[in-house]
Each structure stands twice: as C-alpha cells, then as structure tokens.
Design a protein around this ligand. Sequence first.
Ligand SMILES: [Zn+2]
Length: 83
Amino acid sequence: MKFKEDKCPNCGQYLDAHTNLKKEVKPKVGDVGICYKCCSILVFDEDLNLAIPNREQLERINSDKEFMAEIFSYITLLNLRQQ
Ligand SMILES: [Zn+2]
C-alpha cells in the first residue's frame, strides 16, 4: 500500500509504501514497521513518520513474544530475498 514518503531513520533508505502482515490498513501512531533494506524495527511516530523506538516502545514490543516471533519470521524472509 502506498503511503507517505519517508526515509528509514537507521539506513536512510527511501520508503513510500508498506505491507501489513495481516490486512491492508494504513499505519497508525505506535505501529511497528520494519525497514525492508536494513531490517530495523521502527515505529510510526505522532506524525506517522518512521522513528527508532525509544526504550519504552522497545520494551512493549519485546514483551509480546508472539509478535516478536512474527517480526523475526518477516526479517528472515527479507534476508532470504536479499541473498
Ligand atoms: Zn533501513
């Protein structure tokens, strides 16, 4: 799904679209994203720009083991596609 233009705050990759793991919805504040280039775990900030998660956000993400498993599965897929 096309979305606002942004850059990965970690690697600087230009990003203008996103793919939701479960259904096609626009991202909202606090949602987690993964950069397809560097596989950084990112969050959508209050302006829906991608940001590096702060400690509190990382703890929230990390506390959801099922979600973390999904994230690592997706990162593995990204890595396989880039080989
Ligand atoms: Zn990146």
